[in-house]
Design a protein around this ligand. Structure first.
Ligand code: TXA
Ligand code: MG
Length: 391
């Protein structure tokens, strides 16, 4: 049984000290909450610790990790060789292109790429052979306190088993990694629910390598970032060019069930022919959809308080799809994530996980219009999870 630290703020200092002590000494990573998703952290300067992340996750080692810092002083220390003679230069080692971005979005869900100094202060396993490293300062005060107490930058990927949806509660982490790690700091549900935006400001024009908690429009409003380009693809199988964020080429965010995604704002719906007799059909609604399947009746009779989605506030309704003369054809699970994109992002990964747990064979998802706010991140994750896209 994996011990989880308490979620109450007043009682969190002891667990945070315990977690920090493990981060300093152990080769087993510690899971902790950030405002985006739970991270699986290790001291980014110790090779043995960073290797422990890849082992626990079953993650390919050519996929670099994001480094998390608690303040700009810690970031600056990573832009110089370790124990190097400090130069008398008064210029900030943080490149000018990032200064207004940091001022606007840090602490927060934005990861920036920076050149790795030689020799590097980071364990080589963090960057997987690249000459840059990705770094962010999380908005979660709990995460920043943990980094400060550990006294080291923390390399942390999302704390899911490789290919699963990212965890947004401590229970999700336990589901995936029990037996592989020893401690999860439980800070409740993550506020944002999708990962950070990854940007490269070292190229011209600057580029978004992964859409996330900070939208393209918000980036464009910052001096020097007006021409920011989209340098990612939602589906790994489209186009020949390798993605610039290595992680974007892997299968991701996938529940066990088949996911069928309907592109946002284009109508459509579940057809009677989509439903195989005797299966469990799930629907995730984000907008105008009414619960239902063409040609079949719906009986939704009970509401479940999901175990793993509890701190997210998810509600799953359960019932049956009915054929001629009211005969049950299939079991039906229905999740309504609400109309606002922030709520959809907050509950999405928990919904995919909960529907898996309840035995869904197929999940039909109502897409959102990806022009709005962090909807691009939501649709990116859904397109990666989907085995079929319609609309
Ligand atoms: O919100 C987040 O970013 C979460 C929380 C825990 O901070 N972390 C996260 O890490 O999503 P991960 O490892 O699941 O995703 C990191 C992404 C991958 O797509 C990886 O390829 C990319 O960032 N990345 C990291 N360093 C990079 C680099 N130097 N160059 C290009 N891409 C990089
Ligand atoms: Mg991940």
């Amino acid at each position: 049984e994996l011990p989880a630290a308490s979620a109450s703020t007043s009682s969190l200092m002891a667990p945070l000290h315990e977690a920090a002590a493990r981060l300093r000494d152990s080769a087993v990573p510690v899971a902790f909450p950030t405002e985006t998703v739970y991270g699986l952290g290790a001291d980014a300067t110790r090779s043995a610790a960073v290797k422990g992340i890849y082992t626990a996750k079953g993650r390919p080692s050519d996929n670099p990790l994001i480094v998390h810092v608690c303040d700009l002083e810690m970031l600056r220390s990573l832009l110089q060789p370790p124990n190097g003679t400090t130069t008398t230069s008064t210029t900030d080692p943080i490149p000018a292109i990032y200064q207004p971005l940091i001022a606007a979005f840090w602490p927060g869900p934005l990861t920036i790429l920076l050149p790795l100094p030689t020799p590097s202060p980071l364990a080589p396993e963090v960057t997987a052979g690249l000459t840059t490293f990705g770094v962010r300062m999380p908005a979660s005060a709990l995460a920043r306190t943990l980094i400060k107490l550990a006294g080291a930058p923390l390399a942390a990927p999302s704390a899911n088993a490789s290919t699963k949806p990212s965890p947004t509660t401590a229970a999700h982490v336990v589901d995936d990694l029990a037996g592989r790690i020893e401690l999860v700091v439980d800070g409740g549900a993550c506020a944002v629910g999708v990962e950070s935006t990854v940007v490269d400001g070292l190229c011209a024009p600057p580029a978004v390598l992964r859409p996330g908690g900070v939208s393209m429009d918000a980036l464009r409003a910052v001096a020097g970032w007006e021409a920011v380009e989209r340098a990612y693809r939602d589906r790994a199988d489209v186009g020949a060019e390798a993605p610039r964020a290595p992680g974007m080429k892997y299968k991701h965010y996938s529940p066990r069930a088949r996911v069928i995604l309907f592109e946002g704002g284009r109508g459509g719906g579940v057809a009677g022919t989509d439903v195989a007799e005797g299966t469990t059909v799930a629907v995730i609604r984000t907008g105008g959809w009414a619960v239902g399947v063409e040609g079949l009746g719906v009986a939704l009779d009970h509401v479940r308080r999901p175990e793993v989605g509890e701190s997210i506030g998810l509600t799953v309704r359960e019932g049956r799809l009915l054929g001629g003369e009211g005969m049950p054809v299939a079991r039906l699970l229905d999740v309504d994530l609400g109309r606002g994109i922030k709520g959809v992002a907050h509950g999405l990964f928990a919904a995919l996980r909960e529907l898996d747990r309840l035995g869904a064979d197929v999940i039909f998802v109502e897409g959102v219009n990806d022009k709005e706010d962090i909807a691009a991140a939501v649709m990116n994750r859904l397109r990666k999870a989907a085995s079929e896209i319609r609309g």
